[in-house]
Design a protein around this ligand. Structure first.
Ligand code: ZN
Length: 469
């Protein structure tokens, strides 16, 4: 045994010394990363342009529904803003979109058997057909779910206006999950009710707040049932209507003239810094440039657009030369068809582009809480362990976490191309106070929170670029 001691000790020293350069190199890398990520944060919080860009997008352009003049103005504005960043190439990509117009201001009134009629604050659901200029009047029936409509059947539903009134569950910690559990009423409620002969639907707005701001959003009509008009009412209006219906029959009068008026070519805006070592491999950052028509599309998703633009701006300003191509994409038509995201993925496949990662910010401009990754744990674990060790202590002020979960609608079509899909997870506690409403305006976004989100995205892009996947 004693004779083995010396060789073992020698071997230990041999291994230790031969690894030393790598250990020193790893330490240097960590120090460099810490310095760079600190400078990203300092720059974002003091010299970034993202908040000024958002201000201009919201105040000079305003809302940007697909196919609208506003959308075209937004393409011109953001292209110009991106061109102001040195060394960045800017181009656009066409996508064919449906053009839906809201028409006249919606009217929804509850007319009880006894007492006065009540006006309910309302917004037509995107892609909804109109009622015709005279409006429609019918008895209203309240339900909590699509399944309840199935149970009630034609006998109870035919000829009526169906009122979907299941609240977005406030007991869930994740408001995104709460939204996900309620969205079917808005998205699929009209066709389900039409299947049993309903003449229209009204839907409780998707927020946990009780207030008088109606929230819009999109619906999907099934091909084999009549298209009936669908309108969202505010949560306060929904509460009042439900109370009114307790002991009496109530009719609803609803009037809207919304319709799809044709097709248009909208453009996604794309800007990139070419990679120095692997220009053919792309790390994408993005958001969607279109928005709903009430409000200014500030949180949804002006914030995600300007944060993605800021990633390029910050990397260039700090003199960083990426190995991979860093591409910012402001997608067209997320809200009302996803034509921009689908077309982008189709062309990426056709052109044999390789996306190693795609990061989307579409959860509002609130303080960043982390990232969600779409990947099975075996793929993501070694990668995340490597970066989280470097990032976590630096980003402690907002305690970034990484979880498995959804990324973003626009980058979803890149899934078959095996890109690592990542979502910036912003604090969502107040997101649904603003989402798809007239309250989604520039002043609802706090500059520091927006900037921290941009810094988080830039840091992640830097680490992916440096260490690969
Ligand atoms: Zn959005």
């Amino acid at each position: 045994m004693a004779s083995l001691k010396k060789p073992i000790i020698s071997y230990f020293f041999y291994v230790a010394f031969s690894l030393l350069p790598y250990i020193v190199q790893a330490q240097n890398n960590t120090d460099d990363d810490a310095k760079f990520i600190s400078s990203v944060h300092e720059f974002s919080l003091s010299k970034s342009e993202c908040y000024a860009w958002l201000k201009s997008l919201c105040l000079d352009v305003g809302n940007r529904l697909s196919g609208s003049i506003g959308y075209k103005k937004a393409v011109a504005l953001t292209s110009q803003q991106l061109k102001s960043i040195p060394s960045v190439t800017v181009f656009t990509q066409d996508a064919e979109v449906d053009v839906w117009q809201r028409g006249i201001k919606e009217v929804v009134e509850a007319i009880p058997q006894k007492g006065k009629k009540i006006k309910l604050n309302a917004l037509a659901i995107g892609l909804s057909v109109g009622t015709g200029s005279k409006g429609i009047r019918a008895e209203v029936i309240e339900v909590q779910s699509l399944e309840e409509v199935d149970r009630l059947g034609r006998e109870k539903i035919s000829g009526k206006i169906v009122f979907y009134n299941r609240p977005m569950p406030s007991a869930l910690v994740s408001t995104r999950s709460a939204y996900g559990q309620s969205i079917e009423q808005r998205g699929a409620g009209a066709s389900r009710a039409a299947k049993y002969g309903a003449v229209g639907v009204i839907v409780r707005s998707l927020t946990t707040q009780i207030d008088d701001f109606p929230h819009t959003g999109a619906l999907r009509y099934l091909a084999d049932v009549p298209k009936i008009p669908a309108i969202c009412i505010s949560t306060l209006a929904a509460e009042n209507l439900s109370a009114l219906m307790k002991n009496q029959k109530v009719d609803i009068f609803m009037k809207n003239t919304s319709s799809i008026v044709g097709k248009s070519i909208d453009q996604s805006v794309i800007a990139e810094i070419k990679g120095s070592l692997h220009p053919e491999k792309i790390i994408l950052v993005g958001g969607h440039l279109d928005s709903w028509d009430p409000g200014q599309g500030a949180h949804d998703d002006g914030a995600g657009c300007v944060q993605s633009m800021e990633v390029l701006h910050t990397l260039i300003a700090l003199g960083y030369k990426p190995k991979h191509t860093i591409r910012c994409v402001l997608f067209a038509n997320e809200e009302i068809g996803l034509a921009g995201g689908n077309e982008y993925a189709r062309l990426a496949k056709q052109n044999n582009e390789i996306h190693i990662a795609a990061i989307e910010s579409d959860g509002g401009g609130h303080v960043p809480r982390g990232f969600t990754f779409e990947a099975d744990t075996s793929v993501i674990k070694p990668y995340f362990q490597k970066i989280s060790k470097i990032v976590s202590p630096l980003l402690e002020p907002y305690d970034l976490t990484c979880n498995l979960g959804g990324s973003g609608a626009d980058i979803g079509p890149l899934r078959p191309q095996k890109a690592l899909l990542v979502g910036l997870k912003a604090d969502s506690n107040r997101y649904f106070d603003f989402h798809h409403t007239s309250r989604d305006t520039y002043d609802a976004v706090h500059p520091r929170e927006l900037q921290l989100g941009a810094a988080a995205m830039t840091s992640l892009v830097y680490l992916i670029d440096k260490y690969g996947l």
